[in-house]
Ligand binder design. Structure first.
Ligand code: SF4
Length: 349
């Protein structure tokens, strides 16, 4: 079940006939029927928590209406379908009863939320509603598509103590030549303006992004432009992928002319650059006292995250164990030292 079977059903059936049944990404009622169960609408919002340490992913919609040339997700997941706000709220109230303290708001494109269902982008009001749920202490916004970013979201993030000063905003590239071919609906200038606007409105914010190098029409000049953009913006967190050609996408017909070796060299150059930037930004946070969610123990230390860090992909903060604290608690930690991808601190409770 999932993307693979949604996309390659005939091929899978032919090549692996031993499998009893294949299901696409959204065939929940069908799989339940097959195993003798029944799809019950009144159970929508009930969940088994599969993530550790008091955080949960909150998927607010499925599918995507954007035309990014390199991406096969709309083929597999279909067009954007927002979950009704009542359904999302019901799910969050249930999560809070299960002691979930941090919500990680996800979708293929979170900024599109509501447009299909309510005729306008409703991410700002959704975030506002989430932030009044008792027990939820952190709300983290991921996968915010930059084109047509609903700017009112910034006021909500800035005004709410519960919404993390953190946005994951995948820009993918910065050269207009590549952005145009990628069909991202945005120029370098507009991207830069948006990112400056975010930092001006919320100076404390940690910005995370994702990039692709080795896109078919990426020239040396385009890559230079990307380097300059990364230097100029100084993202707090950055993930970078090498381009991979996907069948049935717009970019497929451009071929895959850039050798893997060049792609990996470009990836490494940006990673090396980002390591320096990350170190510089981490150092600038020494002396600050931040709320931390404790996630692990290691010998005499506890390990957690600040609001600037998402689980599994971002920094951790390491501080000395205190017998009053346990995994899953929030505490206050003063940042005393920093490395490229880790912070060190002292508990101040
Ligand atoms: S890259 Fe993201 S925004 Fe673009 S089509 Fe794919 S899922 Fe949608």
């Amino acid at each position: 079940m999932g993307c693979l079977s949604e996309r390659y059903l005939p091929e899978l059936k032919k090549n692996i006939p031993e499998v009893d049944e294949y299901f696409g990404s959204n065939n929940i009622p069908q799989i339940l029927k097959k195993i003798g169960g029944e799809f019950k609408h009144n159970l929508i919002g009930e969940r088994q928590i599969s993530t550790p340490n008091n955080f949960a992913y909150l998927k607010i919609s499925e599918g995507c209406d954007n035309p990014c040339s390199f991406c096969a997700i709309p083929i597999m997941r279909g067009l954007h379908k927002s979950k009704p706000i009542e359904q999302v709220m019901n799910e969050v109230i249930n999560l809070s009863k299960k002691n979930i303290k941090e919500l990680i708001v996800i979708a293929q494109d979170t900024t599109y939320y509501g447009l299909d269902l309510y005729g306008k982008r409703e991410l700002a009001s959704l975030l506002k509603s989430l932030s009044v749920v008792d027990g939820i202490e952190w709300i983290r916004l991921m996968y915010a598509f930059p084109s047509k970013f609903p700017i009112e979201v910034l006021d909500v993030i800035s005004d709410s103590e519960k919404i993390c000063k953190y946005i994951d905003i995948p820009v993918q590239h910065a050269s207009d030549n590549v952005l145009k071919s990628m069909r991202r609906g945005i120029t370098r200038r507009a991207l830069t303006e948006l990112l400056h606007k975010i930092r001006n409105k919320i100076p404390e914010i940690a910005l995370r992004t994702t990039l692709i190098v080795g896109y078919p029409n990426e020239t040396e000049k385009d890559f230079e432009e990307l380097i300059n953009f990364v230097k100029e913006i100084e993202f707090d967190r950055l993930g970078i992928f090498t381009y991979s050609q996907e069948e049935n996408t717009f970019a497929y017909e451009l071929g895959d002319p850039i050798p893997q070796k060049i792609k990996e060299e470009r990836q490494q150059i940006i990673m090396d650059l980002q390591r320096e930037i990350s170190f510089k930004r981490n150092i600038s946070r020494i002396g600050k006292t931040k709320k931390v969610l404790i996630e692990k123990e290691d010998g005499q230390n506890l390990i957690g995250r600040t609001e600037w860090d998402a689980p599994e992909i971002d920094n951790e903060i390491i501080f000395t164990k205190n017998k009053n604290l346990k995994i899953g608690d929030f505490t206050k930690v003063k940042i005393t030292d920093a490395l490229e991808y880790d912070l060190f601190g002292e508990s101040v409770v």
